[in-house]
Design a binder for this molecule. Sequence first.
Ligand code: PEP
Ligand code: MG
Length: 322
Amino acid sequence: QRAEWNKLRDQKSVSKDGVHVELAANIGTPNDVAGVIDNGGEAVGLYRTEFLYMGRDKLPSEDVQFNAYKTVLEKMEGKPVVVRTLDIGGDKELPYLDLPKEMNPFLGFRAVRLCLDRTDIFRTQLRALLRASVYGNLRIMFPMIATLGEFREAKALLLEEKQNLIAAGIEVSENIQLGIMVEIPSTAVMADQFAKEVDFFSIGTNDLIQYTMAADRMNERVSYLYQPYNPAILRLVKMVIDAAHKEGRWAGMCGEMAGDTTAIPLLLGLGLDEFSMSATSILPARSLISKLSKAEMQELAAKALELQTAEQVVELVRGIDA
Ligand code: PEP
Ligand code: MG
């Protein structure tokens, strides 16, 4: 099997019936890029920038961030790099921000909510990203977007910082795609409206599942409810992908589900364009996809959407031969 995967390293990810999908990697630091390239990643689909802010006693400066973003963009040599703006809060804390304890951190002051309040922190990150944008193919993504208003506010700050840099004579790329994570059910439901304003979606199933099922992703006692294959999740994923395609946008997924070999046949059938996963999952996923017909998986997905339980969906997928 190893030998087959090695052969797949330099190939594109194509289904048995010739449809290309993009297999990308999730990274946390510039050092992770080597693994992406080793494993034949076609892009970085999620750069979690939290690690720049963690494990230190104060906020990272604009230059520290600029260097990290530039390094990743350069190492990826023009391949797409989706950088997610700061997603702190929930399970990830920053002691030096001294935020009050919350009763429900996963439902609280986190990610873009914090960034739209602490615009000083957000603007610094946006400037670092804009300055780095000329070194590769940068895509910017906002996490935990719940409303169109939040997206518009975040986008306005980005455009303001862009104008400021240009006015100061600093070069900024004109081809930065701007997208959002779809990880809150309200945003999945409203995806048709979001699709008119964003360049892409990346479905964050790690959070989307916990918010849809109302089951804390860290709590073992309710983990039986954390069901990626529940038809409710598949229906939301379909809504997001269909909404994107209707407006000519692309839809990816960067939650764990994107690299899950049971989910991949369904996601291919639902029309997902980009799958972002841990680097080590890329070659197995590419191998699997090469054995699947997208047309057949569309039929499989249509059946799955009409099933009643997650168990039935798993049974359905196990029935295919790949
Ligand atoms: C997600 O929520 O699916 C995701 C990719 O983000 P994180 O796991 O960092 O919350
Ligand atoms: Mg998330």
